[in-house]
Ligand binder design. Structure first.
Ligand code: F1P
Length: 306
């Protein structure tokens, strides 16, 4: 029997992970009205972006998202939320060590330095992953955060189960380029979809807010290329893509479930090329820099697997 990469079972376990996340006690997460910054790197940054939009839209208060390396030190927040699966990412740890606001970290590994550096932690160890490529930790963290805003995840979980069975269209499996689009919180998901395809399948992907697509990125779309809306499409977008001859896809159901289809596509494309989707080239489980990341030197950034 051919062994499947870890990411296959990790993708498949997302409905169960979201169910567990929805039941967790989230007392350490931001309270209503707090001014909040959410930080992370890579996938975790894109999840931060999605949560920031959702929290503000739910009326819970100002919420900004930053790549941990670009946090505007000096700007005042009531709480900083750090998302890091590994608990070892240098830029995140460095930031937690420098800020004075109360901090809470969402992590998968309770044995890592983030446990000491963050004021409090939420541990999603059941969603940790053996694959370098993040799938279930990212969506489970977002499920937790959505639940903390009072959202029911029942429909999302049902949609996720469907997404796991969805037959990926042949024309999409054969496409040469993918542009992912979002609006509001799904802009972060579109970025994550693009990153997943780059990491696992070395695919040519781009990602934009949907209304920005007509402002240039549409020029890339053509027959055999995909424009994929992670949420409901703005009026006229499907027609505009059709006019290019490109393939248009629009989320059916919950956008987090739509992301599952992209995760599955990334694995399928990786395997079709003989790539190992668990171990993308040049990528480790976390980025651990040997030098002070703020020292200004871009050379000699030693990366190590944690
Ligand atoms: C963040 C991250 C991942 C990326 C790769 C390297 O890790 O940038 O998004 O896919 O695995 O690390 P973390 O801080 O969430 O552990």
């Amino acid at each position: 029997m051919v062994e499947q990469p870890f990411v296959v079972s990790e993708i498949a376990s997302q409905p169960d992970c979201w169910r567990r996340a929805a039941q967790l006690c989230t007392g350490d997460l931001p309270a209503r009205t707090e001014r909040v910054a959410v930080v992370g790197c890579g996938t975790s940054w894109f999840i931060a972006q999605a949560y920031a939009v959702l929290r503000e839209a739910a009326g819970h208060g100002l919420t900004d998202a930053f790549a941990a390396s670009e946090f505007p030190v000096g700007r005042e927040y009531d709480r900083i939320v750090a998302i890091t699966r590994s608990g070892t990412t240098t830029e995140v740890l460095d930031l937690l060590g420098r800020v004075t606001a109360p901090t809470v970290a969402i992590t998968a590994d309770p044995t890592t330095p983030v446990m000491e550096l963050a004021g409090s932690t939420v541990v999603l160890d059941f969603a940790d992953e053996r694959s370098v490529v993040q799938t279930r930790f990212a969506t489970t963290a977002l499920a937790l955060l959505r639940a903390s805003l009072g959202e029911s995840l029942d429909a999302a979980i049902t949609d996720a189960e469907r997404a796991l069975e969805f037959p990926l269209p042949q024309e999409v499996l054969a496409a040469e380029q993918f542009t992912f689009l979002g609006r509001g919180w799904t802009c972060g998901l579109a970025q994550e979809a693009g990153l997943k395809m780059r990491e696992a399948a070395c695919a040519w992907t781009e990602a934009y807010p949907a209304m920005e697509y007509r402002h240039g990125p549409i020029s890339i779309t053509s027959p055999g290329r995909v424009a994929w809306m992670l949420g409901p499409a703005p009026a006229g977008l499907a027609d505009d893509v059709a006019a290019t001859g490109g393939i248009f896809l629009e989320a059916q159901g919950d956008p987090m479930a739509e992301l599952i289809k992209v995760q599955r596509l990334a694995v399928a494309l990786a395997q079709a090329q003989g790539l190992d989707p668990d171990n993308p080239r040049h990528l480790t489980r976390s980025v651990i820099l040997a030098e002070d990341p703020l020292a200004g030197s871009s050379s000699g950034n030693a990366k190590a697997a944690s």
